[in-house]
Ligand binder design. Structure first.
Ligand code: C2E
Ligand code: MG
Ligand code: MG
Ligand code: MG
Length: 282
């Protein structure tokens, strides 16, 4: 029985599995149950100025806090959420939760300048993202500049005219737009310059090879130069050591993010690491 297997077999939730219609249905109900019973949680990974010191923001990263399996990473369930269409609802929850969180932090005097939220393909194109963002900005009262939306190249390139229209609407509401995993997709430079994009995120796969991998180094330098010439800023993801950080800083990368500087953590750990400016040091 699919449900039973699902309970004790982690693999059940992997996207690469070719589930039957019945299994799909039960999986969908497990995920809906997770949404309704508050099993989804958002972790936050700090992002820093190129110097690796000043906090510029956090990226919101979804996890499933499963009562038996523990913390399930997004790669094990987001593709399934996407398949069954639940990603729109869960994505809206992540947006809401993240904006509420940054609003709480700011009220507490914890200076987190911005939160970046990943947007899925379906969420981008389902026609509701604009009003949802507007509604969340309105209900939380945060400065729209404190919200960044992360989209991948493939989301933008699937239907360029449609993407242009959606982006224009989103930009009017005030959040910034980042292109995630940049360099792994097939964006046309011609379109890239026409989209109202604020930030390029250099994909982790290029950061991996820094500083000694000659090709990765050239790609990273080229992305930084291109972003700057298009008036975009650039952030590197997946920074895991000092040598990578030094390289990126030397070549003018504006922001950095990675395990070397801080892993994704629950909100209260962000509070511990970046205490309120109103709190006296112990
Ligand atoms: P992403 O948006 O590219 O997020 C960065 C991923 O890289 C995160 O994995 C993060 O934990 C990981 N990472 C950060 N620094 C390092 C590092 O130094 N080394 C290594 N090896 N990894 C690092 P995570 O949290 O497992 O998320 C994976 C992907 O799941 C995300 O990739 C994003 O595409 C997707 N995702 C996560 N949360 C959401 C969400 O709320 N909505 C949607 N649609 N997608 C999400
Ligand atoms: Mg991201
Ligand atoms: Mg990324
Ligand atoms: Mg990535």
């Amino acid at each position: 029985h699919a449900k039973e297997r699902g309970k004790n077999n982690f693999q059940f939730y992997r996207s690469d599995m070719n589930a039957s219609a019945l299994e799909r249905l039960e999986l969908e109900s497990d995920l809906r149950h997770a949404l309704e019973h508050g099993q989804f949680v958002v972790h936050y990974q700090p992002q820093f100025c190129g110097d690796g010191v000043r906090l510029t923001g956090v990226e919101a990263l979804l996890r499933w806090q499963h009562p038996i399996r523990g913390l399930v990473p997004p790669c094990d369930f987001i593709p399934v959420l996407e398949e069954v269409g639940l990603v729109v609802e869960v994505g809206a929850w992540v947006l809401d939760e993240s904006c509420r969180q940054i609003s709480d932090w700011q009220r507490l005097g914890i200076a987190v300048p911005k939160v970046s939220v990943n947007i899925s393909a379906r969420q981008f194109s389902d026609g509701q993202l604009g009003w949802r963002v507007a509604q969340i900005l309105d209900s939380t009262g945060i400065d729209p500049a404190c919200l960044e939306l992360e989209l991948t190249e493939s989301i933008l390139m699937t239907d360029v005219a449609e993407a242009m229209r959606i982006l224009a609407g989103l930009k009017e509401l005030g959040p910034s737009i980042a292109v995630d995993d940049f360099g792994t997709g097939y964006s046309s430079l011609n379109y890239l310059k026409q989209f109202p994009i604020d930030v390029l995120k250099i994909d982790r796969s290029f950061v991996d090879g820094l500083p000694d991998g000659e090709q990765d180094a050239q790609i990273a330098r080229a992305i930084i130069a291109m972003a700057h010439s298009l008036n975009m800023s650039v952030i590197a993801e997946g920074v895991e050591n000092q040598a990578q950080l030094d390289f990126l800083r030397r070549h003018g990368c504006d922001e950095v993010q990675g395990f070397y500087l801080g892993r994704p953590v629950p909100a209260d750990e962000i509070e511990r690491r970046f205490p309120s400016r109103w709190t006296q040091p112990a």
